[in-house]
Ligand binder design. Structure first.
Ligand code: 7PJ
Length: 275
């Protein structure tokens, strides 16, 4: 039987179209530049392009739906049909979901797991795939001393509840992905526990797991880097991608596609004894 473990994880390339995103803010703000960046990520092996117009970095200010729409819709329209990839939109707002679906997105990647009013209904009316992510709190305050008694159990219960809510709304399980939400209301020890015990979530939820670890501050913490310096997080990001793949993640969301594809190919070859 072919299980998720026998398949090499797919890579989702991050395409931020926010002027304020913490790691590559402002670089891909024009549509042409965003298309070029997407073309590069596709050539490097990305199976998904995740277009995001709301920065969810810790402390980021909220963005209006109008502003988010203005950022993501032209980029999705320009990418639609152009590359053999799944276009994803990183949003929580139902209005943005509707417009993004119309503009060519076929994956709704929601860090708020369809919790905003109306989001579940929009998702149910579409045929899109959906990524349900766990977040504790809101970006503005989520990193202020987060507490869990058992982070893996609590994240698992939350995700199972959101999966159940989706199924109750008529969304087939086959459309769902789940994500423990690394760095979203989690201290280093929580992120480490989630990664160390990822197989528990793989088993208990029985759905493909997407992980976002690329350039996250947990790397800076473990390496003792100055807060805010993201330039030298590549090797840490790759180490975490390898661990996540080994632990059963199905999709890895990253900024550096080429390097990630290489380390995932090696991980997969060792894991399965193939070439
Ligand atoms: C994630 C995300 C993540 C999913 C961001 C960043 C912050 N979506 N959107 N999972 N992170 N599904 O890229 O560091 O971890 S935005």
């Amino acid at each position: 039987m072919l299980t998720h473990v026998d398949v090499m994880p797919q890579v989702m390339g991050v395409l931020n179209v926010t002027p304020d995103s913490f790691s590559d803010g402002g670089r891909y703000v024009t549509v042409a530049a965003a298309v070029d960046r997407a073309a590069c990520m596709v050539a490097e092996g990305a199976a998904f392009i995740d277009v995001g117009g709301e920065s969810t970095r810790p402390g980021a200010p909220p963005v209006s739906a109008a502003e988010e729409l203005e950022r993501v819709v032209p980029v999705l329209e320009a990418l639609r049909g152009r590359f053999p990839v799944t276009l994803s939109v990183d949003t929580s707002k139902p209005e943005v979901m509707v417009a993004a679906l119309a503009a060519g997105a076929s994956l709704l990647n929601d860090v708020r797991a369809l919790c905003l009013p109306g989001a579940l209904e929009v998702a149910a009316k579409s045929n899109a795939r959906i990524c349900l992510m766990h977040m504790r709190g809101e970006p503005a305050t989520m990193q202020r001393d987060p507490h869990y008694d058992d982070v893996v159990a609590e994240v698992g219960v939350f995700l199972a509840e959101r999966v159940a809510a989706c199924e109750a709304a008529g969304i087939a399980r086959a459309r769902l992905l789940v994500d423990p939400g690394f760095g979203f209301g989690k201290a280093l020890q929580h992120n480490q526990s989630l990664l160390r015990r990822l197989p528990v979530l793989v088993e208990s939820l029985g759905l493909p797991i997407l992980v976002g670890l690329s350039r996250k501050s947990m790397i800076g913490v473990m390496l003792g880097q100055t807060p805010g310096s993201v330039a030298s997080r590549l090797h840490g990001s790759l180490a975490l991608a390898v661990i996540a793949a080994w632990q059963g993640a199905s999709i890895v969301r990253v900024h550096e596609v080429k390097e990630t594809v290489e380390v995932l190919r090696i991980t997969h070859a060792v894991r399965t004894g193939s070439q």
